[in-house]
Design a protein around this ligand. Structure first.
Ligand code: ZN
Length: 204
């Protein structure tokens, strides 16, 4: 495996934050292969790459696909940023309630609103990580790909409303653009804005 300083450092950070965290390969797990087979049946063959193409956090373990070995350092880092959010969510809500909501609420397929909201929070982090390592345009370029993930079979057609997904996406990217703008302001200008805001507050 090639050197992966950024993603290795982030893996270490995740392990410090979640000491039980493990990273394992799906193909080595009979359970993961069974989940893959079940998804293939449930989606009538539309989802057939669970083991070979998808990375999944389950019970505090990140199960990586066969593609993990070929991923570059930055791609791994962006992926880990997404997957860490799922660990945070499991800590926030509990593994079982989150798992049930993710799989079943309100429907397992087609209208899986809870899954869509859980994934949306994680994909916002994906976009934020993309902005950090590749810039805002790289995040903006994910619109069609991300829409397809929500409305298509990848996650069981979890929220098949393209315009709603596009609104989410546009809002998230606009938010990230503001974050980039805030970061790139010269220090003097930031201070001037702060003083102007403070004096308006004092007058009001
Ligand atoms: Zn996810």
């Amino acid at each position: 495996m090639s050197a992966a300083p950024l993603s290795d450092a982030y893996l270490a950070r995740i392990t410090r934050e979640f000491p039980a965290f493990r990273l394992r390969e799906k193909r080595t797990s009979r359970t993961q292969r069974l989940v893959g087979a079940a998804l293939r049946v449930l989606t009538l063959g539309a989802m057939r790459t669970y083991v070979s193409g998808y990375h999944t956090v389950m019970f505090g373990t990140l199960w990586v696909s066969e593609g993990w070995d070929r991923m570059g350092d930055l791609d791994r880092y962006v992926l880990l940023r997404h997957e860490r959010i799922h660990l945070v969510q499991a800590r926030r809500w509990g593994v079982l309630p989150m798992g049930l909501a993710y799989l079943l609420a309100p429907l397992p397929l087609g209208l899986a609103y809870c899954r869509a909201r859980i994934e949306w929070e994680a994909y916002e982090e994906t976009l934020r990580a993309l902005v950090e390592v590749h810039g805002l345009e790289a995040a903006r370029a994910q619109k069609a790909w991300l829409r397809a993930r929500f409305v298509g079979p990848d996650y069981g057609w979890m929220w098949p409303f393209p315009r709603a997904i596009d609104r989410w996406f546009d809002g998230a990217v606009a938010c990230l653009a503001r974050e980039v703008d805030a970061r790139s302001l010269p220090v003097e200008e930031t201070l001037a804005r702060f003083r102007a805001h403070a004096s308006r507050q004092a007058i009001a």
